[in-house]
Design a protein around this ligand. Structure first.
Ligand code: 2RA
Length: 322
C-alpha cells in the first residue's frame, strides 16, 4: 500500500508512523508531509529514514491507498477535500468534518460498517470521546444509556507537542505560559478549547455531539466537564451512567464492557502512567449506585487509543486486516 501522513511531525503524526509499523501494515511507500519549517527533518519507518516533504496541493493530488491527516482543522478543510477529489480515502484526525452529516465519524469496533467500500473523507473522533464510547458501547447495546455525567482529566499532549514542552519547562522552573490560559504545572485548568455562550467549552461539546453520532442515539443526555491536568500522556475520565433498563448486578456491566476486546476492567487502581504506550481502555473503580446507575474510572493513552491507533484501525478495517 501507498500511505501518506499529513502532519507527520506532530505528536499524533509521529505516533501514526509508529503504530503502522507496530501493526505491520503492508506499506510499500510511505510519504510524510508537514509545514515548510519541518521539511529538513527525516523520520524513521521500518528502519529507514523518510524525508519529510512540504505539504502542497500537489502532494495530496497524487494517488494513495490512504492519507492520514493530523493537522489543525483549518488545514484539513483545505487539503482533505482536494485529496478526496483525487479519489483518495482520507482519515482525518481534526474536528473539521466530524459533525458533517455526510461524513462518517468512526470508531471501527463500534460503527466500522459505515466505511465498508467507502471513498472520501472519514473523521477520526476526539480522543476523550473515543475512550469513553469504547468503554460504553456494549453497555448501550444491552441496557440502553439515558444519561452520562463525565469529568475528564486530560493530558497536555492532547494539545500538541508544544504543550508537552510547556509543561516540562514549567516543571523545570520556567513559568512561560503560551499554550494554556494559565500555568499547568502543579495546577489543573477547567477549560479545554474556547467557551461557548452557555459556558460549555468546545471540548465538552465534542464529547456531547460526537458520542451521539457514534452511538447513533440523539436521546442520550451527556453532561461533561473537561479539565486539563499536568500529565504528559493518558487521559482519565470519571464517569457516571444512567441506563434505560436496570442492570441490577454490576457484574453485568463488567461483562458487557469486557465484550470489547479493547477494554480491560480491573480491580487495580490504574493511572495514565499505566495506560501510556498501550492500546487498551482501562476501566477501574467500577461500582453500582442503584439498579440503573453505575460509576467508573476510565484511562487510556490519548495519542494512541484516542487518535493514531483508532485511525490505523479504521484503515485495517477497510482493507480487511482486522
Ligand atoms: C485535547 N481532546 O486533549 C483535545 C484534542 N486532542 O486537547
Amino acid at each position: 500500500m501507498k500511505i501518506g501522513i499529513v502532519g507527520a511531525t506532530g505528536e499524533v503524526g509521529r505516533m501514526m508512523i509508529k503504530v503502522l509499523e507496530e501493526y505491520k501494515i503492508p506499506i510499500d511507500t510511505l510519504k510524510l508531509f508537514a509545514s515548510k519549517k519541518s521539511t529538513k527533518r527525516t523520520l524513521t519507518f521500518k528502519g529507514k529514514e523518510v524525508q519529510v516533504e512540504e505539504l502542497t496541493e500537489d502532494s495530496v493530488k497524487e494517488k494513495y491507498d490512504f492519507l492520514l491527516f493530523s493537522v489543525a482543522a483549518q488545514i484539513s478543510k483545505i487539503f482533505a477535500p482536494i485529496a478526496a477529489k483525487s479519489g483518495n480515502v482520507v482519515i482525518d484526525n481534526s474536528s473539521a468534518f466530524r459533525m458533517d452529516k455526510d461524513i462518517p465519524l468512526v470508531v471501527p469496533q463500534i460503527n466500522g460498517n459505515l466505511v465498508k467500500n467507502y471513498k472520501g473523507i472519514i473523521a477520526n473522533p476526539n480522543c476523550s470521546t473515543i475512550q469513553m464510547v469504547l468503554s460504553l458501547y456494549k453497555v448501550h447495546e444491552k441496557f440502553g444509556i439515558e444519561e452520562i455525567f463525565i469529568s475528564t482529566y486530560q493530558a497536555v499532549s492532547g494539545a500538541g507537542h508544544k504543550a508537552v514542552i510547556e509543561l516540562q519547562n514549567q516543571l523545570d522552573g520556567n513559568n512561560e505560559t503560551k499554550v494554556f490560559p494559565k500555568q499547568i504545572a502543579h495546577n489543573v485548568i477547567p477549560l479545554i478549547g474556547d467557551l461557548k455562550n452557555d459556558n460549555f467549552s468546545e471540548e465538552e461539546y465534542k464529547i456531547i455531539n460526537e458520542t451521539k453520532k457514534i452511538l447513533n442515539d440523539v436521546t442520550i443526555k451527556i453532561y461533561p466537564t473537561a479539565v486539563r491536568v499536568p500529565v504528559f500522556y493518558g487521559h482519565s475520565e470519571a464517569i457516571v451512567v444512567k441506563t434505560s433498563r436496570p442492570f441490577i448486578d454490576i457484574s453485568k456491566i463488567k461483562k458487557a464492557m469486557e465484550e470489547s476486546q479493547d477494554v480491560i476492567v480491573t480491580e487495580d487502581i490504574l493511572t495514565p502512567i499505566d495506560a501510556a504506550g498501550t492500546d487498551f481502555v482501562f476501566v477501574s473503580r467500577l461500582r453500582k449506585i442503584d439498579n440503573n446507575r453505575f460509576s467508573f474510572w476510565n484511562v487510556a493513552d490519548n495519542i494512541r487509543v484516542g487518535a493514531a491507533t483508532n485511525a490505523v484501525k479504521i484503515l485495517m478495517y477497510m482493507v480487511g486486516l482486522s
